[in-house]
Design a protein around this ligand. Structure first.
Ligand code: SF4
Length: 108
């Protein structure tokens, strides 16, 4: 477990948040893709794992650009943090790219 790592679980999954890795992109809670009923930095605890379905939460967790959010299934048979991860490249206005997925970055 990394320093300061926190876990929040519902009946199906456990959400893992690594605050030292979070780049405060706001993607998990702000805008049309945010899931404010689960991720709300104005409240404590800021993650409420019962605020949406597990599938909705997994989509947001997999869109975290820093890897600060991850999850695993509570059921050992399905226990894999990378389950359901897709590799996605999202193009933002004026060119920046958001890359999501289980990737390895190799500096040149
Ligand atoms: S999406 Fe990830 S990096 Fe962005 S605020 Fe949420 S936890 Fe932090």
């Amino acid at each position: 477990m990394s320093e300061g790592e926190k876990k929040y679980n519902n009946d199906e999954i456990t959400i893992v948040w690594k605050p030292k890795v979070c780049i405060h992109s706001t993607l998990c809670w702000k805008g049309e893709k945010g899931l404010r009923q689960v991720f709300n930095p104005a409240e404590k605890p800021w993650i409420k794992p019962h605020g949406a379905t597990s599938n909705e939460i997994i989509i947001r967790v997999n869109n975290c650009p820093s890897g600060a959010l991850s999850f695993y299934y509570n059921d050992e048979a399905n226990n894999s943090e990378s389950a359901g991860i897709e590799n996605i490249i999202e193009v933002l206005p004026n060119g920046p790219l958001l890359v999501f997925g289980n990737l390895k970055v190799i500096p040149i």
